[in-house]
Design a protein around this ligand. Sequence first.
Ligand SMILES: [Zn+2]
Ligand SMILES: [Zn+2]
Length: 198
Amino acid sequence: MGIASSTRFKDQNKILRHFEERISVCCPKCEKRAEVSTDFTLCHSRLHCPSCFYQLDKPLVFFDIVVKEYCKLCNFRIVVETPEVGYRKEAIKVRCPDCGCEESYKPTYIEHVGYSYSFDGVDPFFQLPLWYQAPFKDELLWAYGSEHLLYLEEYIGAKLRERNQPRYMTMVERLPQFIKSAKNRDALLKLLERIKLK
Ligand SMILES: [Zn+2]
Ligand SMILES: [Zn+2]
């Protein structure tokens, strides 16, 4: 009972980012369920725990600082690149490697919107363990939140999976083979049921 019984799944063309706007994670303070909410327009993520009220904010924008100037004293070519800082400055002090004089220079900035897809089992913004996850054989079954979980359940439970002809790869098209495989269907659905009860 409770296991999705629909036989047909029509791709709603959702991409993973759709589910990244709200992610359930394990609170780093009290280990209960906390939420990471991300506004991709404002490039900002917030962790909030409803149990212990722990809160953390994180801008998703960071900069590489670059100074390319000639030393004001000896005309030596100065190149300084500082990667991945979270703030801007009007001027930074740089010591000339040739004559040793210290001068302020106006830097330029290369802006990045920073977050990573690369970790399994943690959220891409704070790298906290996902609330909804469980090992499956040598793999990991995980979902960012309850909406993602239900969408996966629909996909896994469907005997007929219909594409919807988008011009990009959708979330379900990018799923690993162990989730797509029909022979894992029943075991995965059972596991999803367990994860949902967390
Ligand atoms: Zn907490
Ligand atoms: Zn110099």
